[in-house]
Ligand binder design. Structure first.
Ligand SMILES: [Zn+2]
Length: 362
C-alpha cells in the first residue's frame, strides 16, 4: 500500500524512481577527495528507504540521452570533444571537474534519466519522479563543463518538454546558482527559471537583476542569499518572489534542480537549512505543479552524505504527505532583505526600469 498525500485536492500516491547512477552503471570516476563522488547516489537512495517510501517506488531504467536531445542545449562540437576526451582516458577539465573513460556514458544516463522520468510521468506511470543521477548538471553550459557538471540534465529535460509545447518551471534550490540552466533559457519564453542560492559563491552569477533576455523578460528569477540564511527565508523567497511569477506563467511541468548543499552540514557552502526545511520547500513546490504527474526532482549537489540522505528522505516524504522528521526546521537567520531586493528587481522589471541592464548581465 503506497503512502498517500493530498495537495489541493490532488492525491500523490507513487514515486517514480530513476536510478541513473547505480553502482553497476556509474562509470564516472573522479579524482581522490573530490566531493562529487559515487557514494552520493547511494546516500540519496538510502534516504528513500529511511523515509519508509520503498513501497511507493516504481523503479525505472535510465536510458542514454541521444544527440538530438542533447543539441537542444549543447553545441555539437562540445559534445564531440567531450566524448573523445573521455574516450582518451579523460583528466581534469578544471579545478573541480574531472572525467574518466566512463564519464561520457554515465553523463548520457544522467541526462537520459530526466527524459525517462518525464516520459514515464507523461504515460501516467507515477505522480512524481526523482532522478538520482550523477554527475550533476546545472552548471554545464552549451559548450563548457564546469562545477562537476558535464551535461545539463535538467535543461535537457526542460528543452525536451518545451519542444513538445509545454511551459516549464525549473525551480533550482541548489545552494549554487545554476548558471548553465539560466544561460540555456535566458531568452526563451517557454521556460521560467527560478533560483535560490548563496551569494557570493561559485559560479559568481545569479544576481537579482539578471531577469532574462528581451523575449523572456521577467522569466529568470534569482534570489541570492547571504551565508547563514535559514529555512523561513527560503519559504519567503518562494512565496514572495517565485510564486507570483509562477501564477502568471502557469507552468504545465515543474522540474526541480534539487541540490541539497544548502543543508547546514554541507562542506561546500554556508546556508543553514536542515532536512525539515527541504521538506517545507518540497511541499511548496508541489503546489506549483498543475496536476499530479508533472513534477520531477533532479538531484544536483549535496556533499555531506548524511545530510543528503536525510534531505532526500524528508523532501520525498513531504511530497507524498508522509510524516518524516529527524531535524527541526530553522528560522531567524539573515536574508529577508535579500528577498526584498529580489522583489524590488521584479518590480523594476515590470516598470521597465531594468531594460537597460540587459547588456550588463546578459
Ligand atoms: Zn551546488
Amino acid at each position: 500500500m503506497a503512502p498517500v498525500g493530498m495537495s489541493g485536492g490532488r492525491t500523490y500516491s507513487g514515486v517514480v524512481l530513476v536510478v541513473a547512477g547505480s553502482p553497476e552503471l556509474d562509470r564516472h570516476q573522479v579524482n581522490e577527495g573530490n566531493p562529487e563522488r559515487p557514494s552520493r547516489v547511494q546516500a540519496a537512495l538510502d534516504g528513500i528507504d529511511l523515509a519508509g517510501l520503498s513501497d511507493a517506488v516504481v523503479p525505472l531504467e535510465a536510458r542514454r540521452a541521444t544527440e538530438i536531445e542533447l543539441v537542444r542545449v549543447h553545441q555539437p562540437a562540445y559534445l564531440g570533444w567531450l566524448r573523445e576526451f573521455c574516450a582518451g582516458g579523460g583528466g581534469a577539465l578544471d579545478h573541480d571537474t574531472f572525467v574518466s573513460s566512463g564519464s561520457w556514458d554515465t553523463a548520457l544516463l544522467a541526462a537520459g534519466g530526466v527524459l525517462a522520468a518525464i516520459d514515464a510521468l507523461a504515460r501516467g506511470t507515477g505522480d512524481v519522479a526523482f532522478v538520482a543521477a550523477r554527475p550533476p548538471g546545472h552548471h554545464a553550459l552549451a559548450d563548457t563543463a564546469m562545477g562537476f557538471c558535464l551535461l545539463n540534465n535538467v535543461a535537457v529535460g526542460a528543452a525536451d518538454l518545451a519542444d513538445r509545447g509545454e511551459r516549464v518551471l525549473v525551480l533550482d534550490w541548489d545552494v549554487h546558482h545554476g548558471n548553465g540552466t539560466q544561460a540555456a533559457f535566458w531568452d526563451d519564453p517557454r521556460v521560467l527559471y527560478a533560483s535560490t542560492h548563496q551569494w557570493p559563491l561559485f559560479p559568481g552569477t545569479g544576481r537579482a537583476e539578471e531577469i532574462g533576455g528581451p523575449h523572456a523578460r521577467g522569466l529568470n528569477l534569482n534570489v541570492p542569499l547571504p551565508p547563514g540564511t535559514t529555512g523561513d527565508v527560503l519559504l519567503l523567497a518562494l512565496d514572495e518572489v517565485i510564486a507570483p511569477a509562477v501564477d502568471v506563467f502557469r507552468p504545465t511541468w515543474v522540474l526541480v534542480s534539487a541540490g541539497f548543499d544548502a543543508h547546514r552540514a554541507d562542506p561546500l557552502a554556508d546556508l543553514a537549512l536542515t532536512s525539515a526545511d527541504f521538506a517545507n520547500l518540497a511541499r511548496r513546490v508541489r503546489e506549483f505543479a498543475p496536476a499530479t504527474g508533472r513534477l520531477v526532482f533532479v538531484l544536483e549537489g549535496g556533499y555531506d552524505l548524511e545530510a543528503l540522505r536525510f534531505s532526500v528522505a524528508a523532501s520525498l516524504a513531504a511530497v507524498l504527505g508522509v510524516a518524516f522528521r529527524v531535524e527541526a526546521a530553522t528560522s531567524g537567520g539573515p536574508g529577508a532583505y535579500a528577498v526584498q531586493r529580489a522583489r524590488d528587481a521584479q518590480d523594476k522589471q515590470r516598470a521597465g526600469d531594468l531594460d537597460d541592464l540587459e547588456g550588463l548581465w546578459g
